[in-house]
Design a protein around this ligand. Structure first.
Ligand SMILES: [Zn+2]
Length: 351
């Protein structure tokens, strides 16, 4: 029912959107954001690669090499699906030789290849995925920590690892950014404003319901692992616990036969046991971090504000796991995280 309502209210063609997100233009736009905000230059580099579609780049600040990464964007037969960032090696000042090892990362996606002589076209979701993975990549590559076990993404608490990745997603909804990273595959025209407005309107459709669903899963997971399920005949009654949680938070009650916990793999085999809340928590952190850029834009006219970018880079990205993530956040924001930005971004409060 939700899908039909969405279609009726916010109809726009994903296919039409795609024609504006040509892969080279999107990548160029992404690099421009990174270079502007984090005061680096991204240049093509050479290294042996495992497929002709793989590109290799170096990130420099001034004349210094900061890090390097492989980008493997395209889908092909035999390649594992999905998108991910993986560390190849971490920044490390070698105690034996005194030499500095700079970080290297893999950035892997599975975007459809271009047809004929046309460039690959990305869906808006693809673009968000690309930005997300680059957020992880930057966390790993821009670190200034010299101790291998806590440099880059190493040693960062579970509930803060998605902060840099979700943070980057915000730019994919920024009109001033989108204007510069879209070019119609045939005409070269940027994304029309009317189409952007429709995408934005659809973005927050039922975001309240989705939030409550995440809260329901998070609470259930946490209470379950705290041993709070009611005991019936000597056994914890999982469904009774879920009902308790739903009675507290759900607006739409699930039918009696619903067995969500039986397939809730995240909290049994996915590594999210008592940690499912981290999805929502990382959204709070990343929205609040991004709000600092929105606040800067009120004065400078752009979210690509260099001074704020530098503070974010130094406090969050460069610090890696060398201190508690909350300390890094407070060093950037000057206070503990607040909910306001997330509620506003998801259309639950007005600006
Ligand atoms: Zn991620």
């Amino acid at each position: 029912m939700g899908e039909k309502l969405k279609e009726a209210r916010y109809a726009f063609s994903e296919q039409e959107v795609k024609t504006y997100f040509t892969a080279p233009k999107v990548l160029q736009g992404l690099f421009r954001i990174i270079e502007t905000l984090f005061e680096v230059a991204i240049r093509p580099d050479t290294a042996p690669v495992w497929h002709p579609g793989v590109q290799f780049f170096r990130i420099e600040r001034g004349t210094h090499l900061v890090g390097q990464f492989y980008l493997d964007p395209g889908a092909r037969t035999g390649k594992r699906g999905g998108a991910w960032m993986d560390d190849v090696r971490a920044r490390w000042l070698r105690p034996d030789t005194g030499a500095l090892q700079t970080p290297v990362a893999h950035l892997v996606c599975n975007f459809a290849e271009g047809v004929g002589d046309k460039p690959a076209l990305l869906t808006h979701d693809d673009v968000i995925t690309l930005f997300h993975e680059f957020g992880h990549g930057l966390h790993h590559l821009l670190t200034q920590v010299n101790e291998r076990d806590v440099s880059g993404i190493s040693g960062v608490e579970w509930d803060a690892v998605e902060l840099p990745s979700q943070f980057m997603e915000n730019f994919c909804w920024e009109w001033d950014v989108l204007k510069h990273m879209t070019a119609h595959v045939d005409t070269g025209e940027p994304l029309p404003r009317a189409l952007y407005d429709k995408m934005l309107a659809a973005k927050n459709f039922q975001s309240g319901l989705q939030t409550l669903r995440q809260v329901e899963f998070s609470l259930f997971d946490m209470l379950l692992h705290m041993g709070q399920a009611p005991v019936v005949n000597g056994h914890p009654d999982i469904l009774a616990l879920l009902k308790q949680v739903r009675d507290e938070v759900a607006v739409l009650q699930a039918p009696e036969y619903n067995r969500t916990p039986h397939t809730f793999g995240h909290i049994f085999s996915g590594g999210y046991s008592a940690g499912y809340y981290s999805y929502k928590w990382a959204e709070v952190l990343s929205a609040d971090a991004y709000a600092a850029f929105e606040e800067a834009a009120e004065h400078t006219g752009t979210t690509l504000d260099v001074a704020t970018g530098r503070r974010y880079r130094e406090a969050v990205l460069e610090a890696g796991g060398s201190r508690p993530a909350m300390e890094s956040f407070k060093a950037f924001r000057g206070r503990e995280p607040q909910l306001d930005a997330l509620l506003r971004h998801q259309g639950m409060t007005t600006a």
